[in-house]
Design a protein around this ligand. Structure first.
Ligand code: FES
Length: 105
């Protein structure tokens, strides 16, 4: 495992279909639990620098509450206008009952 991975939460603290917000080394990150997998994306909409954590999950997507753009949790790609730039996606690992994120990527 990369030396950059940081343990951020116990797996059982993030219910299926929910997300939490974590801050690691200056990055505000959304950690989502969807269909048994964990995804980490930056907590910032690429449209107008608005927190995506104010929005909600829509399957494998996070939806911005300001203008409605949805982003893939897997690729960070925007799926709806008005956003046209991707958001950052961070590598995630599960080990020893913890979720680990690499914020260096
Ligand atoms: S700020 Fe997110 S879609 Fe406009």
């Amino acid at each position: 495992m990369s030396e950059h991975f940081v343990a951020v939460a116990a797996c059982d603290t993030i219910p299926e279909g929910k997300f939490i917000k974590v801050s690691i080394k200056g990055h505000d990150i959304i950690l989502a639990h969807v269909e048994g997998r964990y995804h980490a994306v930056e907590d910032n909409c690429s449209h107008e620098d608005y927190p995506l954590s104010f929005g909600c999950l829509d399957g494998h997507r996070i939806k911005c509450s300001l203008h409605g753009s949805r982003f893939s949790l897997e690729t960070g790609e925007p799926l709806d206008e008005p956003a046209d730039c991707p958001i950052r996606v961070f590598p995630v690992k599960v080990m020893d009952g913890q979720v680990w994120i690499d914020p260096s990527v």
